[in-house]
Design a protein around this ligand. Structure first.
Ligand code: NBY
Length: 839
């Protein structure tokens, strides 16, 4: 779309002051103005939601100036841009984060107070965009924060799901899913850009033809066309002027109505087509680490990928950059295989739409893409049945076959006479029903492939992508994950932030390695006692919150032992449950036993179709029912499953933890990122040598980490040697008692069937080696309990955890991507006064 030139007679309009000013009086005036003109309310009749909206618009106005200046600067400079393609962005609430990044948190708090409002209550009103499942989606969000903070030109591309991750209710101990209607009250942070909509084709067939130069060309004749409309959200950087864009695509029908059908009286038929198109961006698939192979999911992936690539071509055109320089202008990161169809789609666009020949197009494609793998679990590796794939994307299947033909030739040259290798590496799985292997397509189409923690990258090369690592050793790099200290410390833990800043200044929020300076205070009893007092106050706050929500008393003096993450067998929430029952059994055997009082808190959602995960939730709640009510326990143990875990809730939980449970079977958790958030906030980790735990231990020191369990290597060996869980059951009386108690119906009102699937699985399969790790875990937990009694030692350990987690800032991760994969340059943004019209 052409922009209209400004007519010379247009008067100068300064969009200033009330929309940019950062002082208290201006903020108050702007807030009341927005309440009146946007919400249409006088203060007397405004609801808390109206106030929240008015404040959100006040903050958004302040971002706009940065946003527009940033876009203009990038555009003028034609700056190399990172495009982060992700099916998920788990952003969390925007308001608080933007206040931190703009540096106006305290001013706005004061302004609200002066208007008789409580900023914390307004935060509560924000409906968070839950457009992700867990770690992968939240990582994308942390990365956007760091990209902006490092002044790196970037765009996050994804899907504007109308319904995000379901809300979780608990009924009779079971998870119940409730639709997440996050857009119900409107979303003040997004701006629709219908002028940049694009069309996406589906289905149909292809036709070969010869063009006027005698070249072989292909025409794709689709049987369905859907419109993609971009919705933009500003992404502020921390204390910089840069403000990048998150661009999420919503699907709409090409014609709002089929008028023929409508005029013929078929109203519902007319609306049906529209509804069908809009289905594409309707709902987020709620599985983490599990693919479902549904048609709609592939439609979602292709939809947002095609929209995003077409958007990049629009940007190239606007900036007058030749198509041949696509890879110089853009570097595209594939967040797992979910956007990997982009490899074929970019080939199609370059060849079929822009007439480029194969080799040239392929060189641009492989210079453009880089692929991040997030899992080693076989059930999470995406593959699409050829028949499904070919009927939805006939042209892309042809292109993939052609890529494969070239690729198999390359393998034959490098590894002659190795037929097995050809079939193992082929982009097409032909061992039974034929499938497209998306991870293979991602590896072939990218110039860089990374795992998300050192151990994970090592195992990728050794195992899942072994053949690819032999073929392309130079492509493999590790980028250990990180988390943003803005949201997960500065915003969520203001008390700790104030204390740290009072000692070492505020630079650490941008340069997290500076936290090392805290080490010199480990022997400063005054500082340590402040550190401890803060943790206690936060625990008290969480206790009050829990009391309000669940009417349960938890004692802030007890050890807060927290496991919050998606529910999955490999993450072993049920191992944690076995520990609780172990302690309970000890109390029942000896009610006067001297044990360290603990509060066990769990949070996390189970995929709706994952029965075992749902049964684990039920088990935890059933144990809680018995343990919390048993007078013999005398409140020394409390167990609570906190429902509807979200980013907003996570921000309350991390700062309140004493102990962080990172107890996955070694070799299964690619990285983990919750582990980093807990450690930064001064929780000690009990964990296996898995994912980024390995690096956390390395940083904080083994003496400040509770390590247990088999290593990844030992796990493989054990399995290879024929692991039998019964060997552990029959030789460890404490384990036997725990299992027998659950089996006997003790926690299920005598029902011996309820937990049988879980218990049988452990007794006869135990794929995740809970029994093998049980003794080591329990002994380690005993050490945790004893250590907690020495509060001076405990505080020293927690302080050293906080001081030594600088490596796990997402700023470091993004800098690694920049240095080793993207090779982009920062672009600093000058804020010019916004003047519209004649001079
Ligand atoms: O990505 C997680 C890993 O389990 C975790 O170890 C890592 O720290 C994090 C960030 O790198 N993976 C993850 O969250 N995966 C998903 O949420 C996910 C979602 C959808 C699908 C697969 C995985 N899917 O195929 O639909």
């Amino acid at each position: 779309m052409q922009t209209a030139p400004i007519p010379p007679e247009c008067p100068t309009v300064r969009v200033e002051d009330d929309r940019t000013g950062l002082d208290i009086e201006t903020l108050k005036r702007a807030f009341l103005d927005n309440l009146f003109y946007i919400q249409g309310k006088f203060p007397e009749i405004a609801t808390q939601n109206d106030y929240y909206m008015a404040l959100a618009y006040t903050v958004r106005d302040r971002l706009f100036r940065r946003w527009l200046n940033t876009a203009e600067t990038y555009s003028k400079q034609g700056a190399r841009t990172v495009c982060y393609l992700s099916a998920e962005f788990l952003m969390g609430p925007h308001l608080g984060n933007n206040l931190i990044n703009l540096g106006i948190f305290d001013t706005v708090k004061q302004a609200m107070t002066e208007l008789g409002l409580d900023l914390d209550e307004l935060f509560e009103k924000e409906e968070e965009p839950g457009l992700g499942n867990g770690g992968l989606g939240r990582l994308a969000a942390c990365y956007l924060d760091s990209l902006a903070s490092l002044e790196t030109p970037s765009i996050g591309y994804g899907i504007r799901y109308e319904f995000g991750i379901f809300d979780q209710d608990i009924k009779d101990g079971w998870q119940v899913e409730v639709t997440d209607k996050w857009l119900r009250f409107g979303n003040p942070w997004e701006v629709a850009r219908p002028e940049w909509e694009v069309e996406v084709k589906f289905g149909g067939h292809t036709q070969a033809f010869t063009d006027e130069h005698g070249n072989y060309r292909v025409l794709w004749v689709p049987d369905k066309v859907v419109r993609g409309v971009p919705y933009d959200t500003p992404i502020s950087g921390y204390k910089v002027n840069s403000c990048n864009t998150l661009r999420l695509w919503a699907a709409e029908a090409t014609d709002s109505f089929d008028f023929d059908a409508f005029n013929a009286g078929d109203y519902s038929g007319a609306v049906f087509k529209k509804m069908e198109s809009e289905t594409i961006s309707k709902v987020l698939y709620p599985n983490d680490n599990m693919t479902q192979g549904k048609i709609l999911r592939l439609e979602q992936q292709f939809f947002f990928v095609s929209c995003s690539l077409q958007d990049m071509f629009r940007i190239l055109k606007r900036q007058n950059i030749a198509i041949e320089r696509f890879h110089e202008k853009f570097t595209i990161q594939l967040n797992d295989t979910h956007p990997t169809i982009a490899v074929a789609e970019l080939m199609r666009l370059l060849m079929d739409e822009y007439g480029m020949e194969w080799d040239k197009a392929w060189s641009i494609v492989t210079s453009t893409f880089a692929y991040t793998n997030h899992t080693l679990l076989p059930e999470a590796l995406e593959r699409w049945p050829i028949s499904l794939f070919g009927s939805m994307l006939p042209r892309h299947l042809e292109i993939i076959y052609e890529i494969n033909r070239h690729f198999l030739d390359d393998i034959r040259i490098k590894f002659p006479d190795d037929l097995d290798r050809l079939s193992r590496m082929s982009l097409i799985d032909e061992s039974g029903e034929r499938y497209v292997r998306m991870a293979h397509l991602a590896c072939v189409g990218s110039h860089a492939i990374n795992g998300v923690a050192a151990l994970h990258t090592k195992l990728l090369k050794q195992d899942v992508l072994h053949d690819f690592a032999e073929m392309y050793p130079e492509k493999f790099v590790n980028v250990t994950n990180g988390v943003t200290p803005r949201r997960f410390v500065a915003l969520s833990n203001p008390r700790l932030t104030r204390l740290i800043t009072s000692k070492i200044g505020g630079n650490w929020i941008k340069h997290l390695d500076d936290l090392r300076q805290l080490e010199k205070y480990v022997d400063d009893t005054g500082f340590c006692s402040e550190f401890r007092t803060i943790k206690h106050e936060i625990k008290q706050d969480l206790s009050n919150y829990i009391k309000g929500l669940y009417d349960i008393n938890v004692d802030p003096n007890s050890l807060f032992d927290i496991q919050s993450k998606r529910i999955h067998e490999y993450k072993r929430q049920h191992l944690n449950a076995l520990h609780i029952v172990t302690l309970y059994n000890r109390i029942k055997a000896n009610p006067d036993i001297d044990i360290t009082p603990r509060t066990f808190l769990f949070g996390g959602k189970a995929a709706p179709g994952y029965y075992m995960a749902k049964l684990i939730i039920k088990l935890i709640n059933s144990i809680a029912d018995v343990v919390n009510r048993d007078p013999d326990v005398r409140d020394r143990l409390k167990v609570l499953f906190m429902k509807d875990y979200s980013v907003k809730f996570a921000q309350r939980v991390y700062p309140a933890a004493d102990l962080s449970e990172q107890i996955s079977t070694a070799g299964k958790e690619a990285s983990g990122t919750g582990n980093m958030k807990f450690a930064m906030n001064g929780a000690l980790t009990i964990g296996t040598l898995d994912g980024a735990n390995v690096e956390i231990l390395e940083e904080v020191g083994a003496e400040n980490f509770f390590l247990f369990g088999l290593t990844a290597e030992e796990v493989s060996q054990k399995k290879a040697a024929g692991y039998n869980p019964q060997d552990f059951y029959s030789t460890d009386p404490e384990l036997k008692l725990v299992i027998d108690r659950i089996s006997s119906g003790f926690f299920s009102h005598g029902d011996t069937e309820l937990f049988k699937p879980l218990i049988d699985d452990l007794m006869y399969h135990d794929q995740y080696l809970l029994f093998a790790d049980y003794r080591s875990y329990i002994d380690c937990q005993d050490r945790v309990g004893l250590t907690y009694r020495d509060q001076d030692l405990w505080t020293r350990m927690t302080l050293l955890n906080t001081a030594r987690t600088g490596k796990f800032s997402s700023d470091r991760s993004i800098q690694d991507y920049i240095d080793n994969i993207w090779h982009t340059k920062p672009v600093s943004i000058d804020l010019k006064e916004y003047v519209q019209g004649g001079s």
